[in-house]
Design a protein around this ligand. Structure first.
Ligand code: 5GP
Ligand code: SF4
Ligand code: MG
Length: 456
């Protein structure tokens, strides 16, 4: 998911949030929503589809609006339904709260059971609603304390933007799994999943929210609170491999430079030679460029992507994904015919994309297709907010590399080593990243460990 929040004295905060979400569209395409407040009232508008579709006819509007938050959703828990769209908004004794969440709680079921036993009623099936409930039920006097108390109870991955009538709050979990950064505009503050959204609304990147930090923006400015002991950071390395936009900077590391280096590492590790290097656009392109430069093999555009289509993977159902590949990509015969090809992509999850593309290239006359992947085999599921499928669907959970090569019909297949991968993310220490989907070393609890009786 992608989240965005803005506090501004004069701006049209609703419109800025719209553009911010537009820049974060790659983080989720199922639904979008914006909540705004003028200091007394709060309103929210949510819908299924892309940002441009949900707000085609109107943006939420209020005279004197000052704060807005927004969300684009990509479902990990809770199905893809209107009821599960965000921001969530509740009214309680203390006023209104709206919240948008990126991540995945690992003890949501357990907490939900406890809350239900003591009278809470849930309207959605998303884990984020648990957090709103905890905040609304807290007996602490201030919103800051209510938040802090609630945050000590939840586990897993979460970045939050929360809005009250007069405050904008940003939170990053103690492991810092997902990115969250702070920007400054001429008359206010922005909090967003990625810095590309700050650029879009003309905000200057000030810094990232630290793991275990809560920042509160009000009339007096920005305040920082620490709500957790210093756990080692476990930033999701998949943000660099695939998820984030290459023009974003996360925790001081340029996503673009990391991808370029992954490609260079792939060239060195694989030693593959061919006539041309091509990418699976768009997510494989930067790594393919790195490969081409390192190996001294020309980069060529062997596959064209229909630019009006979204990310195929983010379609929740397999049927849509199968059709999606053919609608999305096509081989450029004049480029690939009679050529041996190195094809670079960021990841293989189920193998749907790769198999179809190799077939497409061979049909268009490629003499050989050597596939290079800028991540190690994904053999374990993610519980922290990226939908890398359940284990039985992951092709690398049951097949060895040579079996996968045969399955997708490639002439060779090389996956970037874990070492090659973390070396590419030069500005972040090895110990400060999560690689659990590659090596099963989960840095935080997993749902199985903390499940409640009624929901096994
Ligand atoms: P597959 O077809 O092997 O199931 O999926 C791999 C392809 O899906 C890659 O081209 C990758 O760029 C794309 N993709 C889209 N969304 C995701 C995601 O959330 N995670 C991963 N790992 N790959 C994704
Ligand atoms: Fe990221 Fe993989 Fe860790 Fe999930 S398991 S947070 S996708 S590195
Ligand atoms: Mg891709």
């Amino acid at each position: 998911c992608g989240i965005f929040g803005i506090y501004s004295r004069e701006d049209n905060v609703s419109l800025s949030t719209y553009w911010g979400l537009y820049a974060l569209q790659h983080r989720g395409q199922e639904s979008a929503g914006i909540a705004i407040t003028d200091g007394a009232w709060m309103d929210v508008h949510r819908g299924m589809g892309l940002v441009s579709e949900v707000f085609r006819h109107q943006l939420p509007h209020m005279e004197g609006q000052r704060i807005a938050i927004g969300h684009v959703r990509y479902s990990t828990t809770g199905s893809s339904l209107l009821i599960n769209t965000q921001p969530l908004m509740v009214t309680y004794s203390g006023g209104h709260i709206a919240m948008a969440h990126n991540g995945n709680l690992t003890n949501a079921q357990e907490l939900r059971c406890t809350l239900e036993e003591t009278g809470s009623v849930f309207q959605t099936s998303i884990d984020s609603e648990v957090i709103v409930n905890l905040i609304a039920r807290s007996r602490k006097p201030t919103i800051e304390e209510k938040m802090m108390e609630s945050l000590t109870k939840i586990e897993g991955a979460y970045c939050l933007v929360v809005m009250t009538e007069d405050k904008l709050i940003g939170v990053r979990d103690p492991h810092g799994f997902r990115p969250l950064c702070i920007g400054k505009t001429a008359d206010g503050w922005v909090i967003a999943s990625e810095s590309c959204a700050l650029d879009t609304v003309g905000a200057e990147l000030i810094r990232d929210v630290a793991p275990g930090e809560m920042v509160v923006v009000d009339e007096a400015g920005l305040h920082s609170y620490g709500f957790a002991e210093n756990d080692a950071q476990a930033l999701c390395i998949f943000e660099y491999i695939y998820f984030a936009r290459p023009d974003s900077i996360i925790d001081g590391q340029s996503v673009y430079q990391a991808r370029l280096e992954m490609g260079r590492q792939l060239a060195r590790e694989s030693g593959y030679k061919a006539d041309i290097v091509i990418s699976v656009p768009d997510s494989g392109t930067t790594a393919a460029l790195g490969f081409s430069r390192e190996a001294g093999i020309p980069f060529a555009e062997g596959l064209m992507k229909n630019r009006y289509i979204g990310r195929t993977f983010i379609q929740p159902e397999q049927k849509k994904r199968d059709l999606g590949v053919r609608i999305k990509l096509n081989a450029v015969r004049s480029v690939v015919e009679g050529k041996s090809i190195i094809m670079v992509d960021d990841s293989i999850v189920r193998g749907t994309t790769s198999g179809k593309i190799v077939h497409m290239l061979k049909e268009a006359g490629a003499t050989a297709v050597h596939m290079c992947i800028s991540s190690p085999p994904i053999a374990y599921p993610c519980y922290y907010g990226i939908d890398t499928a359940v284990r039985k669907e992951l092709i690398a959970a049951t097949k060895q590399v040579d079996e996968i090569r045969d399955y997708i019909g490639a002439d060779s297949l090389h996956y970037l080593s874990l070492e090659g991968l973390y070396r590419s993310v030069a500005n972040i220490k090895y110990d400060n990243m999560c690689y659990a989907c590659f090596n099963s070393k989960y840095p935080a609890s997993t749902p199985c460990e903390s499940h409640c009786g009624s929901n096994k």
